[in-house]
Design a binder for this molecule. Structure first.
Ligand code: DX5
Ligand code: ZN
Length: 229
């Protein structure tokens, strides 16, 4: 069973890659030091946009040995757990908005050999997610309303990350905190200082002129935080 990296990291969101040269984009990201990819799955129902499904994930899995962190923005994600397991992804993140009592879904995902993650939109109180964290390897805090890449980071997310960090540390949980939406070079340090382990970056990564430098910058930020703890 795959484990989410011990080291905090950057997770480029494939949604922002140039799909006409997906293989090259992934290889180029690897060369820049990436070993963790964020896959955004949208159904046009839970979010007002459609992206891609298990077949593309399977293709991505053939291209890279990197960790495939899969964000399910679906109204009925449980229908597809098995298909994603067969596609070879490493984690599946479901939304608290869809499953107000998500514990059993975490178990299903784990039983299929993947790591379960729990996500919540910016308007869902962070306190609602906390009681479930012991069942999840990942907490994906949305810092934009999901559906599209390239949106601006919602500042109120910083306090939400801090609340989650405090809870996780206080209870000695292993759950990693990932932050998704509008994360870029200008806010990365604050997101990490608030307590994030993983920074999802779509636009900021794939539009970056120097991806390698961005990866080492984010890695150094997260490394400094883990030394502080
Ligand atoms: C939003 C997705 C994000 C998004 C991130 O619906 O869940 O993962 O692709 O892209 P940026 O970094 O461009 O906000
Ligand atoms: Zn996402």
């Amino acid at each position: 069973m795959a484990h989410i990296n011990e080291m905090a990291t950057i997770a480029p969101s494939i949604l922002a890659a140039d799909f006409s040269r997906l293989g090259e984009e992934i290889k180029d990201a690897e060369q820049a030091g990436v070993d963790f990819f964020h896959l955004d799955i949208m159904d046009g129902h839970f979010v007002p946009n459609i992206s891609y499904g298990p077949d593309i994930c399977k293709t991505i899995n053939k291209i890279t040995d990197g960790y495939l962190d899969t964000h399910l923005m679906l109204s009925e994600p449980e229908k597809y757990f098995e298909a994603f397991a067969k596609a070879g992804v490493d984690s599946l993140t479901i939304h608290l908005e869809v499953h107000p009592d998500p514990e059993s879904y975490a178990k299903e995902i784990r039983a299929l050999g993947m790591a379960p993650g729990l996500s919540l939109n910016p308007d869902m109180p962070i306190e609602k997610a906390l009681p479930y964290l012991e069942h999840f390897d990942l907490l994906l805090i949305m810092s934009v309303f999901p559906g599209f890449g390239g949106q601006s980071f919602i500042e109120a997310s910083i306090g939400r990350i801090e609340t989650a960090r405090e809870f996780i540390d206080k209870h000695g949980l292993k759950t990693k905190i990932s932050v998704d939406g509008g994360v870029d070079r200008t806010n990365a340090a604050r997101v990490v200082d608030a307590g994030a382990d993983i920074l999802v970056m779509g636009t900021a990564f794939f539009r970056s002129e120097d991806r390698r430098e961005l990866v080492s910058h984010v890695t150094s930020l997260t490394h400094n935080r883990s030394q502080k703890i």
